[in-house]
Design a protein around this ligand. Structure first.
Ligand code: HEM
Length: 498
């Protein structure tokens, strides 16, 4: 037997022993009324039946097993919730028990999970970061103050698209949206253009964010077989660590420059988010160790960029796929804002059809198809026991397309939201793209502003057509599962002067 075969045998034996031990241990404590679920295979459990689109496979399983089911993903018991009423029960009655997350191994790199608002358990350190976000990053007054910066970044986007319009060339909508979102976030947080394609630091930054999202979104054996974690068999944690280090170094450089009193020359704000975060330490109004600020910024950028830009890409894709809806949205803006004036964030409340387009996009294409939570104890949910330490997923994608609630669920029909009270703020469980409960997305107020502003501006400033040979009916609308639910084929469209 060669050395490699010996190692493989050793690994398999070890795996079998661990599995046996965990089953024996579990059999003493597993409560009787587990939710139903498809029968698992030995060792891999249900992993192989999830395919490349787990959100869709899980939605399919609900037809057999109902709105709460249990899957075995390798060694990780996973409870999947797929209906609005079950999600409501989970959040309203058991929010605290389900408020921790199962940590994705990639994010253990650089000990990020020990400092991260996304991965910390719901205890003092996490509460403090949430408080800082709510009052110093995403408060209404802070976002009002930084409106001007976002307006300027959207102007840059429009100028960039105008060049394509003059040349008659197609724009990669997802790419343009990603760069603009990066700029909107970096100007809101530290009055800087991190998406500027001509800047070296910006190019590096974009490459890092993309790299992180790619690594984080890869299926990782370490997540399903925790005893393999030390091996990091696919090298995902190691590569993520390299990205983390570079990003944290970059944020530290920006922080050092700011501490020395150097602000970007084009800064339009006296007091941006970074000033506020650094000021927190001087004023001692809240407690954030300066070494944790880069971790917070890292989370905000990774959680905020792809989610926002891919939602914008889907919204544009749906409007080009349904040209009569595009005309309707354009007509509304023209009537309310006026032909010659640009769309402003302050116009959003007066644009109900535009709001309905964004809601309908969230319903069909939630950027995050499900949230990752963990049960901190055995919890009785509607008569079923969710076992302690199980991963708990709410399948937002399945909830948004539940035929029990939505009429013609696969149809893009923004009109369904006109005159309806349903909102995305975590109160209406039929539509919860930002999650719900104490762990709801803190970036929601900024994301909503950015999305309406970008989409409104793109369709107000230009008419759009598809490339030669592609028609609304034949355009590709397939999804690709990953860290976010992206379009499988990038949307390319040609801007035409109105
Ligand atoms: C279309 C845009 C966005 C969508 C659909 C979205 C969705 C989500 C979802 C589903 C969660 C998990 C919530 C839960 O567990 O119940 C989340 C968490 C989070 N999001 Fe967003 N998000 C978006 C934009 C943003 C932006 C712009 C930022 C910041 C700049 C951001 C920062 C965060 C953070 C820090 C968390 C973790 C919160 C915690 O664990 O306490 N998100 N987001």
């Amino acid at each position: 037997m060669d050395y490699l075969s010996f190692l493989v045998c050793l690994l398999l034996a070890w795996l079998a022993i661990h599995l046996l031990l965990s089953t024996t241990k579990a059999s003493g404590s597993v409560p009787k009324q587990l939710p139903p679920g498809p029968p698992p295979l030995p060792i891999v459990g249900n992993l192989l039946s999830l395919g490349t689109k787990p959100h869709v496979s899980m939605a399919e399983f609900t037809k057999t097993y109902g709105p709460i089911m249990i899957l075995r993903l390798g060694q990780l018991p996973t409870v999947v919730i797929s209906s609005a009423s079950m999600a409501k029960e989970a959040v309203q009655r058991h929010d605290l028990s389900f408020s921790d997350r199962t940590i994705t191994d990639a994010f253990r790199a650089f000990d990020h999970h020990l400092n991260s608002i996304v991965w910390l358990p719901p205890a003092a350190q996490w509460r403090n970061l949430r408080k800082i976000c709510n009052s110093h990053v995403f408060s209404n007054s802070r976002l009002e103050c930084s409106q001007n910066l976002r307006r300027n970044k959207v102007k840059d986007l429009i100028s960039y698209i105008r060049k394509s319009s003059e040349a008659g060339t197609a724009v990669d909508i997802g790419q343009a949206a990603f760069t603009t979102t990066l700029n909107l976030l970096s100007s809101t947080f530290f009055s800087m253009d991190l998406g500027d394609p001509s800047s070296e630091i910006a190019r590096e930054f974009r490459h890092l964010v993309r790299g992180l999202l790619e690594e984080g979104g890869k299926p990782n054996l370490s997540n399903y077989f925790p005893m393999l974690r030390w091996l990091d068999p696919q090298g995902i944690r190691r590569r993520t660590g390299v990205h983390f280090k570079k990003m944290i170094d970059l944020f530290n450089t920006i922080i050092d420059q700011r501490m020395q009193g150097r602000k970007p020359t084009n800064s339009m704000q006296d007091n941006d988010v970074l000033d506020a975060l650094l000021g927190i330490n001087q004023e001692k109004t809240a407690d954030i160790d300066p070494s944790k600020i880069p971790h917070l910024l890292l989370d905000l950028f990774t959680a905020g960029t792809d989610t926002t830009s891919s939602t914008l890409e889907w919204a544009m894709a749906e409007l080009l796929h349904n040209p009569e809806k595009l005309k309707k949205a354009q007509a509304e803006i023209e009537q309310i804002v006026g032909r010659t004036k640009p769309v402003e964030e302050s116009d959003i409340p007066r644009l109900p059809y535009l709001q309905a387009v964004i809601k309908e996009t969230f319903r069909l294409h939630p950027a995050v198809p499900f949230n990752f939570r963990r049960s901190d104890s055995d919890v009785n949910l509607c008569g079923f026991t969710v076992p302690k330490n199980a991963q708990v997923l709410m399948n937002f994608w399945a909830i948004g397309r539940d035929p029990e609630f939505w009429d013609n669920p696969n149809l893009f029909k923004p009109e369904r939201f006109l005159g309806s009270e349903i909102d995305v703020k975590g109160r209406d469980f039929e539509l919860i793209p930002f999650g719900a409960g104490r762990r709801i997305c803190p970036g929601l107020p900024l994301a909503i502003r950015m999305l309406h502003l970008m989409l409104g501006s793109l369709i107000h400033e230009f008419n759009w057509k598809l490339e030669e040979g592609i028609s609304p009916a034949t355009m590709d609308m397939e999804e690709k599962f990953g860290f976010t639910l992206e379009k499988s084929q990038r949307l390319r469209a040609i801007p035409v002067p109105p």
